[in-house]
Design a protein around this ligand. Structure first.
Ligand SMILES: C[S@@+](CC[C@H](N)C(=O)[O-])C[C@H]1O[C@@H](n2cnc3c(N)ncnc32)[C@H](O)[C@@H]1O
Length: 282
């Protein structure tokens, strides 16, 4: 079991890590803690109100093989387990903190209803995985989306849209060149990504892909980290898998604490962090 914090690589290549500012004004690499532990038993070691953002991509209750039986619960058993880990995780959030939770249409209604008794619901984001139609299902419409709930502890939750705005393309800018749009700040700053995110899932040949069956695209996770965790803040990922959230935190100057019970996935996450070139303070 390797739990010691790991160093971001000194080698060049890839996207570099970003620094965090320390209290004395110096710059340091973010702390990336990758625990090979069960979140549900280890969460007691996290101080309450220490986390800015919980980014949770748990087993979906659909019987995926993660090399363990963690996704073999279904129905009320799965929902009871989900409520249990959420009850353990939510006290860890700071007063301005928030939570993203990935789930599917099968269980989203119950999970969101439960969370609405604890937190304020901000968004339901639909991740369109852009899966091409390949025949198959004929008795219903093919499902190509994941449901993501965004919830906050209070109405004063941290949220910064600017780093995740999408730039307008040249044609749109030109089309908006009429006088009434002149000097419009939003035209230069880019637009709100909205709540339907069309980002391809990571197929086997994808450059980003590592050895994990449900690895999430860095583009999606980075957007969540940048919008919902302040620079230098701390992100908790209770079910980190291949460590995508850890990579996003290292690249964007946020501290990270994550848990994974599968030793192979934990090793993959360690390697992904070790491969990130060291940030050189400027
Ligand atoms: C949906 S995957 C996460 C994928 C991850 N977001 C990524 O991009 O690679 C869920 C992960 O949770 C792990 N897991 C299941 N139960 C756990 C527990 N109690 N504590 C920690 N990890 C757990 C599984 O082994 C699996 O790798």
């Amino acid at each position: 079991m390797r739990d010691d914090p790991i160093k971001i690589a000194d080698a060049a290549g890839g996207s570099p890590a970003a620094a965090v500012h320390t209290t004395d004004g110096a710059q340091a690499a973010p702390s990336i803690a990758l625990h090979h532990r069960d979140f549900l038993t280890d969460v007691v070691n996290l101080p309450d109100q220490s986390i800015d953002l919980i980014l949770a991509d748990p087993p979906y209750g659909l019987g995926k093989d993660y090399g363990n039986d963690s996704d073999m619960r279904s129905g009320e058993d799965f929902l009871a387990w989900t409520r249990h880990w959420l009850e353990l995780a939510l006290p860890k959030l700071k007063p301005r903190g928030s939570l993203y939770i990935f789930c599917t249409w099968q269980y989203a209604p119950e999970i969101f209803s439960f969370l609405k008794t604890k937190l304020t619901m901000i968004n339901e984001i639909v991740w369109d995985r852009r899966v091409p139609s390949m025949g198959g299902t004929t008795r219903r419409f093919t499902s190509v989306h994941d449901n993501i709930g965004l919830f906050a502890v209070s109405k004063d939750y941290y949220f910064d849209l600017d780093p995740v705005r999408i730039p307008y393309d040249a044609a749109t800018k030109k089309a908006r060149s009429r006088r009434i749009f002149e000097g419009s700040k939003w035209l230069e700053m880019g637009y709100n990504p909205k709540d339907v995110w069309s980002v391809s899932r990571l197929h086997r040949q994808h450059a980003e892909r590592v050895d994990h069956p449900t690895q999430k695209p860095l583009e999606i996770i980075s957007r969540m980290v940048l919008a919902s965790c302040p620079p230098g803040g701390t992100v908790l990922d209770p079910f980190m898998g291949s460590g995508t959230t850890a990579v996003a935190c290292a690249m964007h100057g946020r501290h990270f604490v994550g848990y994974e019970i599968n030793a192979d996935y934990h090793a993959v996450a360690r390697q992904r962090i070790a491969d990130i070139p060291h940030h050189v303070p400027n």
